[in-house]
Design a protein around this ligand. Structure first.
Ligand code: SF4
Length: 274
């Protein structure tokens, strides 16, 4: 049976990688697959961690960790950011918030840029509905409600090795630290509408150019929607509820607006709501 692990690039995935290297994951996975939605789309810290820490660690321990990308029919790489900014693009792949509605919209990005990319690789390497590939997903006990919400392809059988060991996110931190690896940032696209306000404030403080690009992306999407006579959409739930742009919700050098906030989760652990 083909066995693989959907490597999200965040804390849970890295802890799982360490556990496999130590022979403590309960099940070894032959291939560790990181679906990169685009070097221009993933947070640069995630890409950096992959190359500087995860890959050297995997190589040192004989684990096959590889980066996959979405390739179009023309043989060129398709990234989520270029898809979002195409002038002729009519659909929005990321889960933006509609005006007056706090709930995130369709989340086609994880399906198209992660699950299908990994699914294609598994098919090309022999997985079939009759002989599905085992796919490990790094969900920890504090995210248990996300288990079984991930879309499954017919040639996949999804398992949750961290849940089987009842590990929490804090356990994952300890496992990574004990392996002398730095703790990775929460992995996600820098423009992900599922970020909570703290994530946005961190981006504005630590990566001000990326924050500005996220603000511009929101504007670009809405300029295009205006041309199509459609209502605006927002990158934050608060923007959607109060018709505020990202720049207004997270003002430069000032305190955040006083909204309660717990976020909706991102692609950190390789799970998916689609
Ligand atoms: S991090 Fe957010 S925007 Fe990026 S693929 Fe995942 S859900 Fe989509």
């Amino acid at each position: 049976m083909l066995t693989s692990f959907s490597f999200g690039g965040g804390v849970q995935s890295v802890a799982a990688l360490v556990l496999q290297a130590q022979g403590k994951l309960g099940q070894d996975f032959d291939h560790w697959l990181f679906a990169n939605v685009g070097d221009d789309s993933e947070h640069p810290g995630t890409i950096r961690y992959f190359h500087e820490h995860a890959m050297p660690y995997a190589q040192k321990h004989g684990i096959d960790l590889r980066m996959l990308r979405r390739i179009g029919r023309d043989g060129q790489e398709k990234t989520l950011y270029t898809q979002l900014t195409r002038p002729e693009s009519r659909s929005i792949e990321i889960p933006v918030r509609m005006q007056g509605n706090a709930a995130p919209g369709n989340r086609n990005c994880t399906g198209t840029f992660k699950i299908e990319v990994i699914g294609k690789w598994l098919r090309e390497h022999g997985a079939t509905p009759a002989d599905p590939a085992l796919v490990g997903v790094g969900i920890s006990l504090d995210e248990i409600e996300r288990a079984n919400t991930r879309r499954r392809l017919p040639h996949e059988q999804v398992v949750y090795p961290l849940l089987d060991q009842r590990l929490r996110r804090t356990d994952c931190h300890r496992i990574i630290r004990d392996a002398n690896l730095p703790i990775p940032i929460k992995s996600s696209c820098w423009f992900c509408p599922l970020h909570n306000l703290e994530n946005w404030a961190d981006l504005q403080r630590d990566e001000p150019q990326l924050f500005e690009r996220a603000c511009s992306l929101e504007t670009t999407i809405n300029d295009r929607r205006r041309g199509l006579d459609r209502d605006p959409v927002y990158l934050t739930r608060y923007g959607a509820a109060h018709s505020l742009t990202l720049r207004q919700v997270v003002p430069a050098g000032r305190d955040l607006l006083p909204f309660a906030d717990d976020g909706d989760g991102t692609c950190d652990s390789g799970w998916c709501m689609t």
